[in-house]
Design a protein around this ligand. Structure first.
Ligand code: 5GP
Length: 190
């Protein structure tokens, strides 16, 4: 049986704060459920397999591509794949919930186009590229080389903001979370 429901997409350059905002919304709204992406990157810090991501090998990822299991996927960083599994969205809709995504900018726009009319696509905007770079460095989880790749990608991604339904400024996290709550609440009622 195929079901259909709503989707809320949060996209932003890495370090803009979207993961924190999405976690906040998940605590606030029981109607939401997080779409757990598959990735070939290593888990970092306290990340848990099957909660933050499905951490899988590149072979497994390529096998899932061949079996057309992804709604979208991307080589977000060179050699590192991320993707949204079809089964993930179906599972959440079958539970009668709205899917919420923490996804990169191109993936977010891809989903917005694919689920036109069912999706709310929000771009989380950091105060500046400089602040973004400071935040990424402060995380201390990436090598110098990986950080550089993230900065280059972030600079490009900032230009995509106008293609989203909403640009949510994250200059102050508490304010951004409150604004996100209003956006989600209105969308869930719509
Ligand atoms: P990170 O390695 O920092 O967890 O994620 C890197 C980027 O990949 C982030 O912008 C994150 O939102 C994005 N991402 C996570 N899951 C997916 C996915 O399923 N598809 C795409 N296209 N990007 C994803």
């Amino acid at each position: 049986m195929t079901t259909s429901g709503k989707l809320i997409i949060f996209s932003a350059p890495s370090g803009a704060g979207k993961t924190t905002i999405v976690r906040h919304l998940l605590e606030k709204f029981p109607e939401l459920e997080f779409s757990i992406s598959a990735t070939t990157r290593q888990s970092r810090g306290e990340e848990v397999n099957g909660k933050d991501y499905y951490f899988i090998s590149k072979e497994e990822f390529l096998h899932l591509i061949a079996k057309k299991q992804f709604v979208e996927f991307e080589e977000v960083y060179s050699g590192t794949f991320y993707g949204t599994l079809r089964t993930e969205i179906e599972r959440i809709w079958q539970d009668g919930k709205t899917v919420i995504f923490d996804i990169d900018v191109e993936g977010g726009l891809h989903l917005k186009r694919k689920y036109d009319g069912q999706a709310l696509a929000i771009f989380v905007q950091p105060p500046s590229l400089k602040v973004l770079i400071e935040r990424l460095k402060g995380r201390g989880t990436d090598s110098e080389e990986k950080l550089k790749e993230r900065f280059i990608k972030a600079e490009k991604e900032l230009n995509y903001a106008p293609q989203f339904d909403i640009i949510l400024k994250n200059y102050d996290l508490e304010t951004a979370c409150k604004e996100a709550e209003v956006l989600v609440s209105n969308f869930l009622k719509s």
